[in-house]
Ligand binder design. Structure first.
Ligand code: NI
Length: 147
């Protein structure tokens, strides 16, 4: 595995919409492995591919409930229980702030082999999922800060 460079707020790539993943090849697996290593080394709990400069709809989450979860082409099925909680982002070092998000989220997604799954995330895991899915549409948590 290799550590990748995390791009930072101000880089226009972070504002792009990512594309659907269609090729579930060994190259994809290597990228996911490298994203995981990069996230863990940076003490993050989530990283989207765009943050390492790759415009595909996928992210690695470090969840409380399930450990590492790789979500590819995620789609929100239900989102409930909006609450305000504190967030940060590996692309916005030194910044944290309060964001309102659903704390109960169910998504459809594919795994690294292209197999479809449905999963429900609660609490901090739901926040992480929503934050990473925002990255896939060029949205940063600093866009959503509450007073
Ligand atoms: Ni982030």
């Amino acid at each position: 595995m290799a550590r990748l460079t995390i791009i930072k707020e101000g880089d226009p790539l972070l504002r792009k919409h990512s594309k659907l993943v269609t090729d579930f090849s060994p190259r994809l697996h290597t990228l996911l492995d490298d994203m995981q290593e990069t996230m863990l080394h940076a003490n993050g709990v989530g990283i989207a591919a765009v943050q390492v400069g790759v415009l595909y709809r996928m992210a690695v989450l470090l969840t409380d409930e399930f450990g590492i979860v790789e979500i590819i082409n995620p789609v929100i099925k239900t989102a409930k229980n909006p609450r305000v909680s504190s967030e940060g982002c590996l692309s916005c070092p030194g910044i944290s702030g309060r964001v309102r998000r659903p704390h109960l989220v169910t998504i459809d997604y594919q795994d690294r082999d292209g197999k479809s799954h449905t999963q429900t995330f609660h609490g901090r895991d739901a926040v992480c999922c929503g934050h990473e899915m925002d990255h896939m549409d060029g949205i940063l948590f600093i866009d959503k800060l509450q007073n």
